[in-house]
Design a protein around this ligand. Structure first.
Ligand code: CP
Length: 291
């Protein structure tokens, strides 16, 4: 499914075995020497970011560098020919003739898929508007797998802007491959899109005591105000009291005010570990795709 030369634009075509195989392989990239430099047959990777990023762009940059590759970073697209009105397709055609792989973040849903059609090199989707964020999902799953040793049998409560959250959209598709109970928690205006909703999902506008007490993984997201979303919710001290001791709280970050910093020192707060797992996952991805 994910092999040398392949694009990685969506999780919609993955099977359970593909995911488990990836999570087991990521372990070998997640070792004490995570930051050692590996001299390799050097390749050039374009980090093409039309939207802001801290974690995804820098972890891909770091992963590429530690693997011995070089990175061409374009994250100020206003200084590229995009500012002159160049289409995504022409930009991709151009870059793909210079580099070996393109990591693309773009504000439009489906952009990575469009790019993969005209690109002569692999495209990795680093977030396409409100579409997907599949590399984030691999690090999310890896974080859960590392903590619980499994995905089957867990209850995952997704809380926040489920409508615009691309991390949610990829994660739901991946969790659907496993025996996972999914709770959807958030404002009614920010509900999960219909195309992703499945029978059996429990919906609630708030994290009730009962939902919290039966949750293994609480996965929070922020309101995506840059996409016109509105809504207010926040993790509370009562939520923290209700969550079981062996549960974990995740967040793809950046957070705003939905996940207060007083919880950061709680052993169940896994969002910084989750973020740091991005390096191993992206090392794995570049290694697998670039060969
Ligand atoms: N989680 C995530 O995609 O973070 P960035 O926007 O900082 O890349």
């Amino acid at each position: 499914m994910l092999s040398k030369g392949s694009c990685f634009t969506s999780l919609s075509t993955f099977y359970q075995d593909d995911i488990l195989n990836i999570l087991e392989t990521v372990k070998s990239f997640d070792d004490q020497n995570l930051k050692r430099f590996i001299p390799n047959k050097k390749k050039l990777i374009a980090n093409l970011f039309y939207e802001p990023s801290t974690r995804t762009s820098s972890s891909f940059y770091a992963a590429a560098t530690y693997l011995g590759h070089e990175v061409l970073s374009i994250n100020n697209v206003q200084f590229s020919s995009v500012a002159k009105g160049e289409t995504l397709e022409d930009t991709i055609r151009t870059l793909s003739s210079y580099v070996h792989c393109i990591v693309l973040r773009h504000p439009e849903e489906g952009a990575a898929s469009r790019a993969s059609i005209v690109s002569s090199v692999p495209i990795i989707n680093a977030g396409d508007g409100v579409g997907e964020h599949p590399t984030q999902t691999l690090l999310d799953l890896y974080t859960i797998y590392k903590h619980f040793g499994r995905l089957d049998g867990l209850t995952v409560s997704l809380m926040g802007d489920l409508k615009h959250g691309r991390t949610i959209h990829s994660l739901v598709q991946a969790l659907e491959l496993f025996d996972v109970k999914i709770n959807l928690i958030g404002p009614t205006d920010l509900k999960l899109p219909d195309y992703l909703f499945r029978e059996g999902y429990l919906e609630s506008v708030e994290l009730t005591a009962n939902l919290a007490q039966t949750t293994n993984v609480l996965y929070m997201t922020r309101v995506q105000r840059e996409r016109g979303a509105q809504g207010n919710y926040a993790f509370t001290k009562l939520d923290a009291e209700n969550l079981p001791p062996n549960s974990i709280v995740m967040h793809p970050l950046p957070r705003v005010d939905e996940l207060p910093s007083w919880f950061d020192t709680d052993p169940r707060a896994k969002y910084f570990e989750q973020m740091s797992n991005g390096l191993a996952v992206r090392k794995f991805l570049l290694d697998r795709i670039l060969g």
